[in-house]
Each structure stands twice: as C-alpha cells, then as structure tokens.
Design a protein around this ligand. Structure first.
Ligand SMILES: [Mg+2]
Length: 348
C-alpha cells in the first residue's frame, strides 16, 4: 500500500473554477488504482492513449463500437501500430513469486524448531529416538493441514500434540511453554534472502506486474515481506490457505489476467508449478536445497513443455525472457528435473 494511502489530499483552488467539470450526460471514470497500483506507469504512451480513448468511447459495459480506422485517426496511429498496442493491452502479463524457500530461507527455521523440540523432550526426561520423533511430528503435521493450514502456528499446534502423544500425556506445562517460545522465536527471526533476489525482482518489476502468492500465517507472511524490504516490488500480495488450480484460477479471475499470460516462480513442484500449469499458466521452477517432503511431487510428462527449471533465482529473468520470446505459443524447454527429492524435510 502506498505510504500516502488514506492521507487527505491538500485543498487547492482550481485556477479556472468555471471550468470545473460537471457531470452531464455520459460519464466515464477511471479507478484511482489505475494510478496508485502502477497500471499507468506500466503502459506506453500509445497504450495509455488507446486505453483512455476506449474508456471514453465505451458503453457501460466497456464496449466500444468505434471502427479501428476511426480510432487510428483519432490517436494518429497506423493500423499496424494500433494492432500491436491493442494486443499489448489485451495480453497484459502477470508474474507471481512464491515466498518461502524461493525468495527467503524458511525450511531451516523449521528444522531448527524440530531440533529445539527434541531438546525440550529430552529436558523433560523423554529421550526418544530421533527417527521416532520425526516420524510422529511429520505424520501429525500432515494430518493437521486440513484443520490449521500451513505456517508456524499450525506447526506449533502439531508439536504440542506430538509432545502429548509421545509422552503419554506426561509433558509438563512448562515444557509446553517452551514449545510456544520456540514458535515465537521462529516468527520473529530475521528474514534471510537468497542471493540475487532484489536484482531479479527489480528487473522484472520494471517490465511486469508482480504478485507474491504464499501459503502460511497471514500475520507472519506479511511481516516477513515487510521486513525483507521486498514489498516495493510487488503490486499484489496473496496469502492463501493452499495452492490448488482452483485457488490460482480465482486469483487470476479477480485480477483480470488470462491463465495463458500468467507465470509462477517457486521452489515447490507440488504447490507452485503443477497447479499453475494445470490451470493453463506457465512456471519457472527454482528447486530449494532444503524443502519439505510433503511438497514432493511427480512431474507428469505432458506438462514438461510448460515450465522450465533453473538452478538459482538469478537465472529467472533470462528464463522468463526466453518464454516471452517464444510467445504466443511460449514453448519452453523441457524441465530438467522429474522429481525433487525433499531431503527428508518440509514446507513450500
Ligand atoms: Mg516455497
């Protein structure tokens, strides 16, 4: 949200009050978001001209009945220029980024949380095998996803449930308190970005509107975005409870973007890549060195042409440029990977 959002504009006397616009007859309006959300800055002069002409000429449903030659005359555009500009307005793109383990480190915080959990159990007198604890925690976490979703809050409830189960209800309140303290540490810990995140986002945000689409706790994810210094690069932020084709389709419908003009960048095949390409979009897969085993997925062969895999975030702008150059079909090179081993770990 812009820093001046909500601030009352200063009162100024018009230089010619007699020319203040009065609404009479037809009335066309353009939402303030057109300026404040970056649409205006993203358009060329010709695109702005055509957009405003169509706003003025359109009926209440936004439909203009002006023939293209009259529009070309009015805007002093050649037919070829008009077709390019019109197509550009229609084909507005949207690039989305996942946050956790795509832009910033996340999984190792959960790994550390599990280490602390085992230490708390040991301190409470329950020195259980590491494999046993890991297996129980993982099973409870997955079982709890439909109830609590993703994020630290859900993780914490699962740890408490695991502690009660692993100790046959003998865990003391002070140890439950210690588990909650672990969660608070996770939520307030420093946000550590992957290399080249800012240059990549700065480059892409100059050419495309960007949206962050992330699972997890709303408060925590918003806080991480703010503290990371990346907020300025994103026109939209979507914190969702899950990443399914239906969730992506709903976001695109709300933002007025066709699936074929949408591209998602993320570390999880299961959450960031497959549901997007299944919904008709495109994707760039940036595997994380450490990720949750729950996010592992097989990669169906018929989807390989719709996403590319790159080894690091700094390669993403080039990968997107390659996809754009091959537009409109945007045939992408087959993905190099077929399955990401999750290294026995966690979330997206
Ligand atoms: Mg992720």
């Amino acid at each position: 949200m812009p820093a001046d959002a909500g601030r009352k504009p200063p009162h100024r006397i018009p230089p010619r009050p007699d020319r203040v616009r009065r609404i009479a007859g037809g009335f066309a309006f353009v939402p303030n978001d057109f300026l404040h959300q970056g649409f205006f800055a993203s358009l060329s002069h010709a695109e702005r001209s055509l957009y405003f002409f169509l706003v003025l000429a359109g009926d209440r449903n936004g439909v203009s009945f002006y023939a293209y030659d009259r529009i070309c005359d009015a805007l002093e555009l050649s037919q070829d220029e008009y077709l390019v500009v019109r197509k550009s307005l229609i084909d507005k793109d949207l690039i989305a980024f996942d946050g956790d383990d795509t832009l910033w480190h996340n999984e190792r915080s959960f790994r550390h949380g599990r280490d602390r959990f085992r230490a708390i159990l040991a301190d409470a007198g329950f020195a259980l095998p590491e494999d046993t604890i890991e297996s129980v925690v993982n099973e409870i976490e997955v079982q709890n996803l439909p109830f609590f979703g993703y994020g630290v809050s859900s993780f914490t409830l699962s740890l408490i449930e695991a502690a009660v189960g692993l100790t046959n209800g003998q865990i003391a309140a002070r140890h439950i308190d210690a588990i909650v303290a672990v969660a608070k540490t996770m939520i307030t810990s420093e946000v550590e970005l992957f290399p080249a995140v800012k240059p990549a986002l700065a480059s892409l945000s100059r050419r495309y509107p960007l949206v962050l689409i992330t699972k997890g706790d709303l408060l925590h994810q918003r806080s991480k975005l703010t503290r990371s210094g990346l907020e300025r690069y994103f026109r939209y932020v979507e914190v969702v409870s899950d990443k399914t084709p239906e969730v992506y389709a709903a976001i695109l419908e709300r933002l007025g973007i066709r699936a074929g003009r949408f591209l998602m960048v993320g570390n999880s095949l299961k959450s960031d890549i497959l549901p997007v390409v299944e919904a008709g979009g495109w994707a760039v897969h940036v595997p994380a060195a450490v990720s949750w085993s729950h996010e592992d997925a097989e990669s169906p062969a018929h989807l390989h042409g719709r996403f590319v895999e790159v080894p690091a975030l700094e390669r993403v702008p080039d990968a997107i440029s390659t996809l754009v150059r091959t537009s409109p079909s945007r045939r992408a090179a087959p993905a190099a990977g077929r399955r990401r081993p999750g290294a026995g770990s966690r979330r997206s």
